[in-house]
Write a protein that binds this ligand. Structure first.
Ligand SMILES: [Zn+2]
Ligand SMILES: [Zn+2]
Length: 390
């Protein structure tokens, strides 16, 4: 597939200044950010493309190479064991470099900062060339009942995660000497090699990209500053979540490498099927059997709701399949707070164990009513006339 022109992708011209290019990238990056376009593969692809374009055009050397050789300037260096030679960064990294921490909200304790309708993906985060590296985001799949989804619930999750090492307090070094700047890469974490017009960058072999070398690594965490632990985290699930809702708990992911920022914990909700109710977004549906005497004569009938018992008035002559709506007895919408309805469909129940006296009475009743006073049957017979010979 032919690659689009980087200038065209960002909607800028070849002669434009760096600040113009940055502005153009900012605008597009916000528009196509995956958090704003969950489950939109086209937007995600676009987000990657503009990230790649900006990575090249924002770098003087790369831009010069691109102006001269086009996309060919960056081919050949791609792939190759993930060493990073000439390859592109993750689009989220580019985004974070431009926006810093300004996008997506800061860390708050305990609660969730954010929720999303569906799948989507996490945002990237990187602190630049430093020994501190952010911890990974974690995923937890949580199954809850419909009642819990409707009311909201507090849950305690048991999570296996990397936590800051208690022995060295996350520093990674045993003594007070701490970490020293790596002399091989001068703290950059990467070394560059010039090969013709190509500048190749690879992870520093000495410090493995950390930028620092620890002289006396902590024995408990091997100098990483984190150890695997089982932690219990209390989280509050808001009322209205549904299967597919993804909640983010800021800072509850893996602890970062040598006191780097923690990742986030993403809780993916799955709501179990209910015995009585079916849910469709904020509305609930259920079927309730209706004795045929009540169907004919009318009366009051008890119906279940998620908040307990309620009742509906059945008018005389109610047909099976009639749906009664109980306003506000559905589920609260997660973002608007609007409460849906409960739709109750009544099913006429025919008695199955009649004694002889009841049978006689029913036979007499059937005789007396004949085929009159049965609106559905009348209209059916009307339509069926041309097929039957009465
Ligand atoms: Zn340690
Ligand atoms: Zn190094």
């Amino acid at each position: 597939m032919a690659k689009a022109d980087y200038y065209e992708l960002l909607g800028v011209s070849k002669g434009d200044e760096a600040s113009t290019i940055k502005k153009a990238y900012r605008k597009l990056a916000i528009k196509f950010h995956p958090d704003k376009n969950p489950d939109d593969a086209t937007a995600e692809e676009k987000f990657k493309e503009i990230g790649e374009a900006y990575e090249v055009l924002s770098n003087e050397d790369k831009r010069a190479a691109y102006d001269r050789y086009g996309h060919a300037a960056f081919e050949g260096g791609m792939g190759g064991g993930g060493g990073g030679g000439g390859g592109f960064h993750d689009a989220s990294d580019i985004f974070s470099q431009v926006f810093g921490g300004a996008f997506g909200g800061g860390g708050g304790g305990g609660g969730f900062d954010d929720f999303f309708g569906g799948g989507g993906r996490g945002r990237g985060r990187r602190g630049g060339a430093s020994a501190k590296r952010p911890g990974s985001d974690l995923r937890y799949d949580l199954e809850i009942s419909l009642e819990e989804a409707a009311r909201g619930v507090e849950k305690e999750l048991e999570i296996e995660k990397e936590a800051a090492c208690g022995t060295c307090e996350g520093k990674g070094s045993k003594g007070s000497a701490g970490a020293k700047t790596c002399t091989t890469c001068r703290g950059q974490g990467a070394v560059t090699r010039q090969a013709g017009i190509f500048v190749q960058q690879t992870t520093c072999p000495e410090c493995k990209g950390a930028g620092e070398v620890i002289a006396d690594p902590c024995a408990d965490c091997n100098g990483n500053g984190t150890t695997a632990e089982t932690t219990r985290i209390k989280i509050r699930i808001p009322a209205g979540v549904d299967s597919g809702t993804r909640l983010r708990s800021s800072g509850n992911g893996d602890a970062g490498f040598r006191n780097g920022p923690s990742g986030d914990l993403y809780v993916f909700i799955n709501v179990k099927d209910h015995e009585v109710f079916e849910r469709e977004s904020e509305n609930l549906y259920c079927e309730v059997p209706m004795p045929f005497g009540i169907a004919a004569l009318g009366g009051e009938m008890k119906v279940p709701t998620l908040e307990g018992k309620s009742s509906i008035k059945i008018p005389a002559g109610t047909q099976g399949g009639t749906v009664f709506r109980l306003r506000g007895k559905g589920i609260k919408d997660l973002s608007s707070g609007y409460k849906g309805d409960l739709h109750v469909e009544v099913k006429v129940e025919v008695p199955t164990k009649l004694n002889s006296e009841q049978k006689e009475k029913l036979a007499a009743f059937t005789e007396s009513i004949g085929q009159k006073n049965s609106p559905l049957q009348e209209s059916f017979l009307d339509k069926a006339k041309k097929f039957f010979d009465f």
